[in-house]
Design a protein around this ligand. Structure first.
Ligand code: F0G
Length: 459
């Protein structure tokens, strides 16, 4: 068979030069950072796979849009462009801009959650769960069991398990469940999609029990691509159409536009209900800014509006997820244990399999991420026990089944050769896995401890 390669639907117009470092420099840098990749200086990093958030490359059109910023305090032209774009592509009638995703989560949680409420969701996300808890709610994980198994090849690991949801309903009662929170392309599960079939069933369930359905749409376009590739009946539908259909099944959405929509900063809360919109407008002025900018500059709203249109193009998303899969295939070919199927935004290394000598109390994923940085200057992120934090009521450490290191691929930033270098470095670290030491906290922040926590090696 003749080989037919795919390539990116863009070419490079400007490059950012990187500093090269030695192993000794990196050993010193990671120790100074308390073995936390969040505390490294970016200039000491060669290939930065910490996150896909706010680090995408904007297009020439987005940069041109930046020059069209209308920096009026009230009623910026760019806000109306953004609002209309959200309605056209996502279908939500009302848009409230926020400085980023967690700003939207804060406002939504404060409006909808009362102390003692339960918020079911398809796996937790760090900031989302914290805002639910700060508003007095308790997050309840209702994702399918397969999502917690890195080896399961279930095509829709983001699906909701209705047995879990009904068990919560029986125990708590519908009036204690203000909404179900559904993420598309579930980050903590490894970038795994929810199916439209499952979402439709969830819509019916929510209608039956008069419970709202809220959508964390941070990576909705990537989820739509997986539906197009995997779900019967969607092969001939465009990503754009599928995105719209997903959104149409939900009542409101929080968005971190730093991912799918390829801007460096920004987010929004969107909804169809006018009453909810009015309440959000009241709170946005307290925490973010006036309801026509909500913490964003006019130019950033313009870049976001343009980024949304680019994010749902089939060619773009095919190349984007194709690059992630390329890294996954390169790693698997060398026998590295990664979460299957490959995620939309990242490849997740299974730290339990790669550094099996480290017990979870010694934070194997955190230790593996530090070792990766030392090997070749590649910065990854821990997504295991450190990220899971402690139970806010009992103070006990959460010990998640998934103990992962995330190699997150920024959109339109790195080349295939960067992916090769990354895969080779992971293989090298795996070969020398026995030398990776466990870690213990020397400083543990009270909330979201993965961001600023510091560690030392256990000798
Ligand atoms: N929801 C999901 C699914 C996310 O992945 C993030 C951020 C947020 C909400 C919060 O949005 O950062 O704009 O306030 N995820 C980043 C990451 C930080 O690296 O996964 P934010």
């Amino acid at each position: 068979m003749e080989k037919r390669s795919w390539a990116e639907p863009y070419k490079i117009k400007m490059v950012e030069l990187l500093k090269m470092t030695t192993r000794e420099q990196r050993e010193a840098a990671i120790a100074a950072a308390g073995y936390n990749t969040f505390l490294l200086k970016s200039e000491d990093v060669y290939i930065d796979l910490l996150t896909d958030s706010g680090v995408g490359a904007m297009s020439d059109r987005q940069w041109a849009g930046m020059m069209m910023g209308d920096e009026a305090y009230a009623g910026s032209r760019n806000f109306y462009h953004l609002r209309d774009t959200v309605e056209t592509y996502y279908g939500y009638k009302y848009t409230v801009p926020t400085h980023q995703g967690r700003g939207a989560e804060n406002i939504l949680s404060q409006i909808l959650i009362k102390p003692g409420d339960y918020v079911p969701g398809n796996m937790y996300f760090t900031t989302t769960r914290l805002h639910q808890e700060l508003a007095g709610g308790v997050f309840v994980d209702v994702i399918v069991d397969e999502a917690h198994d890195p080896a399961s090849t279930h095509p829709f690991k983001g699906d909701v398990d209705f047995n879990k949801l009904n068990a919560l309903l029986d125990e708590a009662g519908a009036d204690k469940i203000p909404y179900v929170c559904i993420a598309t392309c579930v980050n903590m599960a490894g970038g795994q999609p929810i199916s439209l079939e499952n979402l439709r069933e969830l819509r019916t369930w929510c209608d039956q029990h008069d419970i709202l359905l809220v959508h964390d749409m941070t990576r909705v376009a990537e989820n739509a691509y997986f539906i197009q590739q995997r779900e019967t009946g969607y092969q001939d539908r465009s990503v754009r159409e599928i995105v719209h259909e997903i959104c149409s099944l939900t009542d409101a959405a929080t968005m971190s536009s730093k991912k799918d929509a390829m801007v460096n900063i920004g987010g929004f809360l969107a909804m169809n209900d006018e009453g909810l919109y009015e309440k959000a407008c009241e709170l946005v002025v307290v925490y973010e800014g006036l309801h026509t900018y909500g913490g964003m500059a006019g130019r950033d709203m313009e870049a976001l509006a343009i980024g949304i249109t680019e994010s749902v193009q089939d060619d773009h998303i095919h190349a984007r997820i194709g690059q992630v899969a390329y890294l996954g295939e390169s790693l698997e070919a060398e026998g590295v244990s990664v979460v299957k199927p490959y995620g939309g935004h990242a490849i997740f290394l299974d730290a339990r399999a790669i550094v099996p000598h480290l017990p979870q109390e010694q934070f194997p994923a955190q230790a593996l991420a530090a070792a990766l940085y030392v090997d070749a200057g590649i910065r990854a992120m821990e997504r295991g026990a450190v990220s899971a934090g402690r139970n806010r009521q009992t103070g006990e450490n959460h010990m998640p089944k998934l103990e992962l290191v995330r190699l997150t691929i920024p959109r339109r930033v790195y080349t295939q050769a960067h992916m090769d270098v990354t895969a080779e470095s992971v293989v090298e670290v795996m070969k020398n896995a026995a030398s990776v030491k466990g870690l213990r906290f020397t400083y543990e922040p009270g909330v979201l401890r993965f961001f600023q926590g510091r560690f030392e090696e256990i000798e």
